[in-house]
Ligand binder design. Structure first.
Ligand code: AP5
Length: 246
């Protein structure tokens, strides 16, 4: 999933992964978990993330390489927030050479709408779950998220992400246009590249994403969905929202 901050990559990646029974691998989530846990990795990346800058390629590539090698990622995965630089894209090609096509879907949204969304975003202070766009209607925040015992028992405390202030979002957008956008142009020449309009409702974006993935695989969306339904009937159902992957 490619696109600028606030395009809806995380929202759609989570839903797509859940519905298709494959893990969502979000480098932003992995880094935020490290920061929240106070680990050595978290200490290394905290200030960089708060400034809205990119974490170093070597560090990110190491994290993704390890995550893609786990058994649950063998049958496919959704990548959210990676790759973001030409070097990360080259590494992804190398890591997936034996694994079938990498499908790249770019979600396009104009900058001012991105800023509006990111400034309005709330995440659970305990587990980092997004107050999901699919249930976040009329400014009413969902009552529950499910990721930790604390979320389930006490309920989430919805807070703004530390890198979601307007100044930091503008910096993230600047970096996106400088480092990530040229990389997307590099992907756009591939037959498995698709672009979708992220200004639509979350449900419409979800449908466009399923169609985009199916067409990149050379099949109608209905065929992809029936393959997923068969997989679920075979007992390989997707884990519930918020379940630990890996
Ligand atoms: P990361 O967490 O990846 O942030 P990002 O790419 O900036 O993307 P966001 O999470 O802000 O937005 P999103 O597109 O996922 O949108 P969302 O679905 O949440 O990275 C954070 C930091 O980690 C980076 O700045 C960097 O420091 C570091 N990092 C991560 N990966 C790295 C890498 N590969 N290399 C180097 N550094 C890395 O939606 C946003 C809001 O809009 C939500 O409130 C949502 O509910 C709402 N929304 C979603 N869809 C819609 C819709 N269709 N209509 C209306 N509202 C919607």
């Amino acid at each position: 999933m490619l696109g600028p901050p606030g395009a809806g990559k995380g929202t759609q990646a989570e839903r797509f992964a859940r519905e298709h029974g494959i893990p969502k691998i979000s480098t932003g989530d992995i880094l935020r978990e490290a920061v929240n846990s106070g680990s050595e990795l978290g200490r290394q990346v905290e200030t960089v993330m708060e400034r809205g800058e990119l974490v170093g390629d070597d560090l990110i590539i190491g994290i993704v390489q390890e995550r893609l090698s786990r058994p649950d990622a063998i049958g496919g995965f959704v990548l959210d927030g990676f790759p973001r630089t030409a070097r990360q894209a080259d590494k992804l090609d190398e890591l997936t050479r034996e694994r079938g096509p990498v499908i790249c879907v770019e979600i396009q949204v104009p900058d001012e709408e991105l800023i509006r969304r990111v400034r309005g975003r709330r995440v659970c202070e305990d587990c980092g779950a997004n107050a999901d766009a699919f249930v976040h209607q009329k400014n009413v925040l969902p009552e529950l998220c499910q990721n930790t015992d604390r979320c389930r028992s006490v309920g989430p405390k919805w807070v703004a992400r530390s890198d979601d202030s307007e100044a930091v979002v503008r910096e993230r957008l600047k970096i996106y246009w400088r480092d990530t956008r040229p990389m997307i142009e590099y992907y756009s020449a591939r037959p498995t590249f698709r672009r979708i309009d992220g200004l639509q409702t979350p449900e419409q974006v979800r449908e466009a994403l399923v169609s985009a993935v199916a067409s990149a695989l050379g099949m109608p969306a209905s065929q992809l969905q029936s393959m997923v339904a068969k997989k679920k009937l075979g007992g390989d159902a997707a884990p519930p929202r918020g379940a630990q992957q890996g």
